[in-house]
Design a binder for this molecule. Structure first.
Ligand SMILES: [Fe+2]
Ligand SMILES: [Fe+2]
Length: 188
């Protein structure tokens, strides 16, 4: 008996060669987009406080990261995540709500998000190492961005992130949300 296996229907733009590379670029683009939104949410509340300058600098770096992934999406013909509108609202809300809880809570949010992104980018860099020279440029880009994210986390910790009341719980919830967002943005 012959069994025919039908492949699952694909989303528009996902060609037959939907590779790990495409998923990598899609999720990173989504992450940088979300990061810009988080910092904008923080700036809407804390923009005119002493922390404003620090947050604005991080937001500018996220914008540069996003621009790079905008280009990579186009170059590699990868469709962006269909969840962009969700990350647009959720990112901004996360930034604004934690900022409303106070500067330290905003910094706790930053520390949690950037910690997950550091992990995520480190795993991608390790995966790209296996491809040798083929994706060397992308690997270098992600590694450079990873170092920016580590700086953002360290800046947040230096601004008293861990002193916010309920830090451990807040951090755990935000990290879980980020990991879920990563898994969803890779696929959808
Ligand atoms: Fe970034
Ligand atoms: Fe960052």
């Amino acid at each position: 008996m012959r069994v025919t296996v039908k492949s699952a229907p694909r989303l528009p733009g996902a060609n037959a060669e939907e590779t790990n590379l495409a998923r990598m670029i899609r999720v990173d683009h989504a992450g940088e987009f979300g990061a810009v939104q988080i910092y904008r949410g923080q700036l809407a509340v804390l923009g005119h406080t002493a922390a404003g300058k620090t947050i604005r600098h991080m937001e500018e770096q996220e914008q540069a990261h996003l621009k790079t992934f905008d280009k990579l999406l186009a170059e590699h013909d990868v469709r962006p995540t269909v969840l962009s509108p969700v990350w647009h609202v959720a990112g901004f809300a996360l930034g604004a709500v934690t900022a409303l809880m106070g500067e330290r809570a905003a910094m706790a949010c930053t520390a949690a998000v950037e910690d997950v992104i550091d992990e995520h980018y480190a795993a991608q860099v390790a995966a790209l190492e296996h491809d040798g020279e083929e994706h060397a440029a992308l690997k270098d880009t992600i590694e450079a961005f990873r170092q920016d994210e580590v700086q953002h986390r360290d800046t947040a910790l230096a601004h008293g992130a861990e002193q916010t009341p309920g830090y451990d719980a807040l951090s755990a919830v935000i990290k879980a949300g980020c990991r879920l967002a990563i898994r969803l943005s890779e696929r959808f």
